[in-house]
Write a protein that binds this ligand. Structure first.
Ligand code: BGC
Length: 371
């Protein structure tokens, strides 16, 4: 073999070895019924790391640098699967079948009325009593030039939590070298059904456990939002944000209006509302959050028509993890989604999925810094 050929071979083998580096997998403890969960660590060339468990598909940690290169974990979370198995605030979880609320836990499809569990006052929240966040997902990992991937699969059987149809759900988390964590969702069904999939990560760009997030600045690319009633079910109106605390179209300190004397903010105990994205279901920037002291920036891109901006108003100090007690407004969520209670609002974008169709959606959480 000529030297040139040998050189090419060595380069090829090295490139392959670098791009096919295996993903770390370790035990994450056992659920109370004795089943072991695993923790997968995705890494990129910039030193960013994301830990995800196959229980609930929960994002357990996200380590990203600040403007001086110092890493911090910006996701609220727990130390072992036992805490994720308890009724918890859905830290980092994959949410389904129906993210957000369904009024009275009731909807009608093809003339038939379905009742799903009412686990949030009179309503159903995040898929019922045992949602996708409390299920074990089959996991496979892979690495290629586009990044490190964790492929999760869950078959939600016909009738689970009262929803019709066997629903096959695939979710792929990818961490790439642009410091983007993307979540690609695919689903198929064998009966007409409804679905609304999202991820419920709570972020604190100062680092989890560093207090309230009200000193972050936020922009949401939405001219309208969906006001809610006293049980946080949308009234059906798509209301203009103009002249309200919901006008976040330019970077605004979260604290600027969160405690305003505003009926909607009182109902949510702060922001807990679905914003109607101007992109109307096309892949685009939905939101941007800046934490001025650390310089950390989070941008959220999605092809979903809505995003729930939730400022952790129900965190009350009972959730403890990673050596911290998580209190009121210590994290925020940007849950990309279809609108809450869509099955009961024909004027909202449809959440129906029929046999033969494939639901596909992608959301990207992109991290960077500004000096
Ligand atoms: C909802 C909140 C709810 C929280 C539960 C959010 O998606 O909008 O109202 O309290 O989930 O952790």
């Amino acid at each position: 073999m000529s030297l040139v050929k040998l050189f090419i071979c060595v380069i090829f083998v090295l490139t392959f070895a670098m791009t096919s580096a295996a993903i770390d997998k370790k035990s994450f403890g056992k659920t109370p019924d004795g089943k072991e969960a695993f923790l997968y660590t995705l890494k990129n060339k910039n030193g960013m790391e994301v830990e995800i468990t196959n229980f609930g598909g929960c994002v357990v940690s996200i380590k990203v640098p600040d403007k001086s290169g110092k890493f911090a974990d910006v996701a609220l979370g727990f130390d072992s699967v036992a805490d994720y198995a308890k009724p918890d605030p859905y830290f980092g979880a994959l949410i389904g079948r129906y993210g957000n609320r369904i009024a009275g836990g009731k909807f009608t499809l093809d003339g038939k009325t379905y009742q799903i569990p009412q686990n949030d006052g009179p309503n159903s929240l995040h898929g019922g009593k045992v949602g996708f966040d409390k299920r074990f997902w089959d996991a496979k990992d892979s690495t290629d030039a586009s990044g490190q991937h964790l492929h999760l699969h869950y078959l939600s059987p016909d009738g689970e939590q009262g929803f019709p149809g066997n629903l096959n759900v695939d979710v792929t988390y990818t961490l790439n070298d642009k410091n983007e964590l993307s979540i690609a969702y695919t689903a198929t069904t064998d009966k007409n059904t409804v679905l609304n999939l999202t991820n419920h990560t709570y972020f604190n760009l100062k680092g989890e456990g560093s207090g309230q997030i009200v000193d972050h600045q936020i922009m949401i690319a939405a001219d309208r939002f969906t006001p809610v009633d006293a049980t946080l079910i949308p009234t059906g109106e798509l209301k203009s944000v103009a002249g309200t605390p919901f006008d976040l179209r330019k970077l605004t300190l979260i604290s600027a209006h969160i405690d305003d004397n505003n009926e909607q903010l009182k109902l949510g105990l702060g922001y807990d509302h679905n914003f109607v994205l101007n992109s109307g279901g096309k892949m685009a920037m939905a939101a941007k959050v800046v934490e001025p002291a650390s310089g950390r920036v989070l941008e959220v891109l999605t092809d979903q028509p809505g995003v729930q901006f939730y400022t952790g108003n129900h965190l009350d100090g009972t959730a403890k993890g990673k050596g911290h007690v998580y209190k009121f407004r210590d994290g925020f969520c940007l849950e990309t989604q279809h609108f809450p209670d869509s099955p009961n609002h024909p004027n909202f974008p449809s959440t129906e999925l029929k046999p033969g169709e494939t639901f596909k959606s992608t959301t990207i959480y992109r991290f960077s810094v500004q000096k």
